[in-house]
Design a protein around this ligand. Structure first.
Ligand code: NAP
Length: 379
């Protein structure tokens, strides 16, 4: 008997599915072609295209004997699976003290056990946090502070990797009142970063924020950043005819993450060099993880099959390279978009470099941040 997967049929009949299948594949192909052709085309038309974005070699943390930080402390959100777990393994191997941040204690413990299986001496901790809840983020920060104090460690962190993310198929509203995909992928990272900034700034050695974004940001063309796009009261902006525009919302969340990275780079690295904080954006490319867990399994298999056939699909161990490149690059790479491993950077979409748009997004997000924080404090 043939069993029809009506969920998959319904999705294939949607515009969002085709947007994902066509626009995202083209965006990914564009990024790979850029890697391949930019150096040659820049050499041919230097005045038209400008210089090729540089490569940045990784640097190992090398503390002096009197440095108050002997082992840098790195926090990774969404470290219970996929790229986050791979980044935790790679950072532990680099000698970092790694804090795995995630919402599920069981999967976090499993990741720690796997890391310890390979390296008994790895320094790894797990802390619970739901990135789509400002209350949980505030609790997370105070737990970290308390743990630093109790462990007699310097009250600072050296690295924050905002990696947690979802590709939600349906519209859900968080306790803070936002679209769940927007809060998990962008607003939560914005809130967490602002809450963790004092600990990053307090580092006696240069510290770093890495925001994990995606090639899908290239599909965002018409951009209107305002409260309506981000806040609860106008959540319906993200959907029409009762259908959730999951592909557009995902792209938009990753686009906002990129604007946020560039704006933070301007505010900290450029305007406030004394802060000693650098900010990188990292795009892992297409990676075989659980990110499509909400999609019908048959479509997920099909996507992996097509991406594999096009030789565009990577394992988490390979995909994590651009994140690790961003985490370990020298500070002067701040404000760059890492893609394609080997320390390579490329240009993101032209509209993502719109500084005024980034500033508007920052101000809007910061207002929401203050409102949410005040709500939690007054509860
Ligand atoms: N895979 C790709 O092809 C690809 C391409 C470009 C960019 N990215 C980005 O890479 C990042 C990592 O994704 P992945 O591919 O590794 O997918 P994944 O395997 O699904 O991992 C996502 C991680 O985020 C966590 N997470 C989700 N919601 C959370 C929340 N509210 N609070 C805390 N943690 C939460 C998940 O934890 P649970 O296990 O508890 O759900 C999981 O650990 C995402 O930002 C994604 O957008 C992925």
């Amino acid at each position: 008997m043939v069993v029809v997967d009506w969920d998959a049929v319904d999705m294939v009949c949607s515009l969002e599915f085709w947007r994902m299948a066509v626009c995202w594949t083209l965006s990914l192909l564009y990024s790979h072609l850029y890697l391949l052709l930019a150096p040659r085309l820049s050499a041919l038309f230097p005045s038209l295209l400008g210089p090729t974005p540089p490569r940045f070699p990784r640097r190992r943390f090398a503390p002096g004997p009197s440095s108050p930080i002997q082992r840098p402390l790195g926090v990774i959100t969404g470290a219970s699976s996929g790229l986050g777990a791979a980044a935790a393994r790679a950072l532990a191997a680099e000698g970092y003290h790694v804090i795995l941040a995630g919402r599920n204690p069981q999967t976090l413990t499993k990741t720690i056990q796997e890391i310890k299986k390979h390296d008994q001496n790895a320094c790894v901790e797990s802390f619970q946090v739901d990135i789509s809840s400002i209350y949980s983020i505030m609790k997370f920060e105070s737990s970290i502070k308390q743990w630093l104090e109790e462990s007699n460690l310097h009250p600072s962190i050296q690295l924050l990797i905002n990696n947690a993310g979802i590709l939600a198929k349906s519209s859900r509203v968080t306790a803070d009142g936002f679209d769940q995909m927007m809060e998990t992928n962008y607003l939560g990272a914005f809130f967490l970063t602002n809450i963790m900034l004092p600990l990053l700034k307090n580092s006696p050695v240069p510290s770093r924020i890495v925001n994990v974004t995606s090639f899908t940001h290239r599909s965002v063309s018409h951009v209107d950043v305002n409260m309506g796009n981000l806040a609860r009261e106008n959540l319906h902006c993200l959907s029409t005819l009762g259908k959730y525009q999951f592909a557009q919302t995902y792209e938009y969340s990753k686009f906002c993450t990129l604007l946020f990275s560039y704006e933070l780079h301007r505010q900290l690295y450029v305007m406030d060099p004394a802060s000693n904080v650098s900010i990188m954006a990292a795009d892992p490319g297409a990676v075989a993880t659980n990110i499509m867990r909400e999609l019908p399994p048959s479509l997920k298999r099909l996507a992996f099959l097509v991406l594999g056939f096009l030789q565009l699909l990577q394992s988490p161990e390979i995909g994590v390279d651009s994140i690790m490149d961003a985490a370990l690059a020298p500070p002067e790479a701040s404000g760059r978009y890492f893609f394609g491993a080997k320390g390579r950077t490329i240009k993101s979409s032209p509209v993502s470099y719109d500084a005024r748009l980034a500033e508007t997004l920052w101000l809007t997000s910061f207002k929401l941040f203050e409102e949410c924080k005040a709500r939690v404090v007054n509860q």
